[in-house]
Design a protein around this ligand. Structure first.
Ligand SMILES: O=C(O)CCC(=O)C(=O)O
Length: 283
């Protein structure tokens, strides 16, 4: 079958751009299937779509699963409550390595972000392939990690934000009271590719269950350093209207905060799995 979209890899490990997207995606299931196939293969995909409508942004989200109404970021209002806004003018930022909302029992599987206001320079987003990082571990380390689980806790970044005077004490307390934390396998299997990926981040992962604090800190420290090797990374310089879609099961991301005092505004949708899509269900 001939392809509707052209897929151009942007690095040998992860990241590809897709050319040829047409509007009215809700009626174009073949095209949505091609987007999904490219995402599963390349882990992050970039679309150059300044004319993409809000409806089409939503249609891509609905193709992958159930678009989330986000708890922490504002949205576009009653017509498009699932389209979240991250605007640096309001102090919204995501300059930390993380999987989206990994403190939930079933975090979003896919996130898609579109650049609506770009700074004149800076403001790139970076991703790490946690599948490639896992593959590059020694067999001894892979064996050691088998069956280990680690806690992912929303309180960790919010406590850090309070220390940096980025949030009020009232907001800190409101978030801490939600008590959002979850114990996840440190290595997860992607349901579509069968590849193993490390599922830890310096932002949300606080400690490994069942081992001493010293051992947990040492192991997490080693794994974070290993994953942040530049050879597992892909970096995108945004142009107005670009959309990045990433597989939250297999990559970490970080929006570089190097553009202040300029404005950077993104529209994003994150998507929860419908049913059997999430990795932990394979256990
Ligand atoms: O603004 C970006 O580039 C990414 C922000 C982010 O972390 C997210 O949308 O989950």
């Amino acid at each position: 079958m001939s392809s509707l979209l052209t897929v151009r890899p942007l690095s040998p490990i992860l990241g590809a751009e897709l050319i040829g997207l047409k509007p009215d995606l809700s009626s174009k299931s073949d095209m949505l299937a091609e987007i999904e196939a490219a995402l599963v293969k390349h882990e992050v995909i970039i679309l150059h779509v300044p004319d993409l409508s809000l409806e089409d942004h939503q249609a891509i989200g609905q193709h992958f699963g159930m678009p989330e109404i986000h708890t922490y970021f504002p949205n576009l209002g009653p017509e498009f409550p699932q389209i979240t806004i991250i605007d640096s003018k309001r102090g919204e930022r995501a300059d930390m390595w993380h999987h989206d909302e990994s403190f939930l029992s079933s975090p979003p599987i896919v996130t898609m972000t579109q650049a609506k206001i770009t700074p004149p320079c800076g403001g790139d987003t970076c991703w790490i392939s946690m599948t490639s990082a896992y593959d590059a571990l020694s067999d001894r380390m892979k064996h050691y990690l088998e069956g280990l689980q680690a806690w992912h806790d929303m309180n960790a970044p919010i406590a850090e934000a309070l220390r940096q005077n980025m949030v009020t004490y009232e907001r800190y307390v409101a978030i801490v009271q939600k008590g959002q934390r979850h114990l996840h396998d440190m290595v997860k299997i992607h349901p579509q590719t069968g590849r193993k990926a490390l599922f830890i981040s310096p932002t949300y992962t606080t400690h490994i269950e069942g081992i001493s604090t010293t051992e947990s800190n040492a192991l997490l420290g080693y794994l974070h350093t290993h994953c942040q090797n530049i050879k597992f990374m892909f970096r995108h310089r945004w142009h107005l209207g670009d959309m990045a879609i990433w597989d939250n099961r297999s990559v970490l991301h970080n929006a570089v905060l190097d553009y202040q005092p300029h404005q950077r505004r993104m529209h994003r949708i994150s998507v929860f799995a419908r049913k059997q899509q999430y990795i932990s269900l394979l256990k």
